[in-house]
Design a protein around this ligand. Structure first.
Ligand code: SF4
Ligand code: MG
Length: 310
């Protein structure tokens, strides 16, 4: 048994998740889809989806009260695997899609779901500006360190030396540390978890759902089909759960905690700033403006333009 097996995770709450969920079985069941899951055997996506369903259920976020925006990728193949409002967007555009949705309907809990490939290459611009703007939404970052859907090409997070399809002699470029990059942009919420621990992922997703601003939850995800380098066993030997000694309000402590991706990989809420207003709150404080964005858009007559699409 690895030194950091799931039993070593100690939740702060005295009541276990199975006990909490037992009273909400009906609510959980409403999210289950009859569609067949198509991920490879052992894929980390199974655990991530289960954790998301648990987190939404435990936070009492009903089926009609949230929107999932999926990217292209293996994660995106989950877009019809939950009974929920979902959109499967273009590659690398899930953050802009989700940001638009939450601005249009701030009452909706909006969740962007994207992989490491799209988030740190095709869509990295959207990530940067979503952090700056502090859109009130959560991003679940599936980091399996490769482009799984297109059969195992190196992404920006693939480790140096790994032999991937497309770079069969081994990757020669240093990988990007996702959370170091995100922390350099002064985010307001950053957490990390691991696809092998559903309980821990559930807790991190619940924390992200409760954040008023742009919440990033990185999930280090196993991809047994194409990433042979960071397996479940590899992670269990390295997972380190942050405890109360970690000061999550200290940006430099967060950067230190996020740095090690080789020996001791920190899991938990790494950084949180609750005092920064969200994008919508910043807009509400504009000088001399009393309207919301939705009201401002509604005041424009677009009926003539819409006729062109009829
Ligand atoms: Fe999962 Fe990897 Fe298979 Fe994609 S290729 S479904 S990420 S195991
Ligand atoms: Mg990936």
């Amino acid at each position: 048994m690895s030194k950091n097996n799931p039993a070593t995770y100690r939740r702060s709450s005295a009541t276990s998740l199975p006990v909490l969920l037992a009273s909400k079985a009906k609510q959980y069941g409403q999210l289950e889809s009859e569609e067949k899951l198509t991920w490879c055997t052992g894929c980390g996506n199974f655990g991530i989806q289960s954790a998301l369903m648990r987190a939404l259920t435990l936070e009492n976020i009903g089926q009609q009260d949230f929107l999932l925006c999926f990217d292209i990728g293996c994660n995106g193949n989950g877009s019809d695997k939950m009974h929920a409002n979902t959109i499967h967007g273009l590659h690398g555009r899930t953050i802009s899609l989700a940001a638009g949705a939450v601005i249009a309907n701030p009452r909706m809990k909006v969740i962007g779901i994207a992989g490491d490939g799209a988030t740190f290459s095709e869509g990295v611009n959207h990530l940067v500006h979503a952090i700056r703007n502090n859109y009130p939404m959560m991003l679940i970052l599936h980091n399996n360190e490769n482009y799984g859907l297109t059969t195992g090409q190196a992404s920006a997070t693939t480790r140096k030396g790994c032999h991937m399809n497309g770079t069969v002699e081994g990757v020669t470029t240093e990988p990007l540390n996702p959370l170091q990059m995100i922390l350099s942009l002064k985010p307001t919420f950053v957490a990390r978890s691991f696809s092998g621990n559903v309980e821990h992922m559930t807790d991190m997703l619940r924390a992200g759902l409760n954040h008023n601003g742009f919440a990033v939850v990185e999930i280090m995800q196993v991809c047994p089909t194409y990433n042979k380098f960071t397996s479940n066993e590899w992670f269990w030997e390295r997972v380190k759960y942050l405890d109360e000694k970690h000061d999550r309000s200290d940006l430099w402590a967060a950067r230190k905690a996020a740095d090690d991706l080789e020996k001791e990989i920190s899991m938990g809420v790494i950084y949180e700033n609750r005092s920064e207003p969200s994008f919508l709150e910043r807009l509400a404080s504009r000088e001399g403006v009393k309207t919301t964005l939705v009201e401002e858009v509604e005041s424009v007559d677009v009926s003539e333009i819409m006729k062109k699409f009829q």
